[in-house]
Design a protein around this ligand. Structure first.
Ligand SMILES: C[C@@]1(CC(=O)O)c2cc3[nH]c(cc4nc(cc5[nH]c(cc(n2)[C@H]1CCC(=O)O)[C@@](C)(CC(=O)O)[C@@H]5CCC(=O)O)C(CC(=O)O)=C4CCC(=O)O)c(CCC(=O)O)c3CC(=O)O
Ligand SMILES: NC(=O)C1=CN([C@@H]2O[C@H](COP(=O)(O)OP(=O)(O)OC[C@H]3O[C@@H](n4cnc5c(N)ncnc54)[C@H](O)[C@@H]3O)[C@@H](O)[C@H]2O)C=CC1
Length: 214
């Protein structure tokens, strides 16, 4: 069994380098952009139309050439996604040498991190991995999660964030606050589509605690 530690990275301002320009590189690059990465560089002699388009729009930087050893220098995150196994291995080794996080798309044993299948609903992020055992299984479970957690979860999560901010500033008793936030998370789904006032919601949750219903 492979052991991997899941973390959710903040990529703003971080130099993310994707080497390769095929379908796999495109998927990794789009994942970076979905996460809000704003410093993405793609290095490849040939690229997909989508990579080309995003480069033309100035969303990513494209260097249309083969990988060179210096490309990893100064990177924070690297994806080795070329169709050349030797090149991917060299990129992984360079990343390892410089202690930079590197993903080798063709060989998980050379990767310091792997990428999960992801469902995004606003701030709610569901990530699935089989740790390299079966990307297809991860993809399948992702599809199930997409159905189970529909687009309404974006609003649910946004409301809970607002309620939590309010509770943190107004409910000073820590135990009460924890109960309120737990109740809110349980109740939020039933409130979708209904008129919403965050202060009223907080008041009604606090009343329930006062009346001993929580
Ligand atoms: C270890 C890992 C490293 C990494 O890439 O981070 C890795 C490695 C490899 N993938 C391979 C193949 C495929 N990968 C996919 C798809 C995805 N692969 C992703 C992640 C991961 N793939 C990491 C482990 C995740 C886990 O186990 O959960 C997903 C989840 C996320 C993403 O890429 O964004 C994304 C689905 C995105 C989505 O739709 O949600 C498909 C299906 C398809 O393409 O339709 C196939 C063909 C079917 C098959 O082989 O199962 C090969 C063989 C390559 C070869 O043949 O040479 C290797 C190399 C190896 O096994 O060492
Ligand atoms: N981790 C994953 O999710 C998956 C990984 N793979 C692996 O990823 C590799 C890439 O897959 P695809 O994108 O489908 O291949 P592809 O053949 O569509 O694209 C390969 C890209 O690598 C570029 N390239 C080749 N040599 C290069 C070099 N020296 N420097 C920079 N760029 C170079 C090419 O220009 C091309 O854009 C495959 O070889 C496969 O082993 C395949 C499927 C899924």
């Amino acid at each position: 069994m492979n052991g991997f530690y899941p973390i959710i990275l903040q990529l703003r301002g971080k130099r993310c380098v994707v080497i390769g320009g095929g379908a796999v590189a495109e998927r990794k690059m789009l994942g970076l952009l979905d996460a809000g990465a704003d410093h993405v560089i793609v290095i490849s002699p040939a690229v997909t139309p989508r990579i080309e388009q995003l480069s033309a729009a100035g969303v990513i930087l494209l260097e249309r050439r083969d990988y060179e050893e210096d490309d990893v220098r100064g990177a924070w995150l690297i994806f080795a996604a070329t169709s050349d196994k030797a090149v991917n291995a060299a990129i992984a080794a360079a990343g390892e040498r410089l202690d930079i996080l590197v993903n080798a798309a063709d060989e998980s044993s050379r990767s310091s991190f792997i990428t999960p299948s992801v469902v995004r609903r606003g701030d709610l992020l569901l990530a699935v991995t089989a740790s390299g055992a079966s990307p297809a299984l991860s993809q399948q479970i992702k599809t199930e999660l997409e159905e189970r957690y529909g687009s309404c979860y974006e609003e649910i999560t946004a409301r809970l964030r607002r309620l939590r901010e309010r509770a943190i500033s107004r409910v000073l008793d820590e135990r009460d606050r924890q109960i309120v936030l737990r109740l809110a998370a349980e109740e939020a789904v039933q409130l979708t589509g209904k008129n919403f006032d965050v202060d009223e919601w907080l008041q009604s949750l606090l009343h329930r605690i006062d009346r001993g219903h929580a």
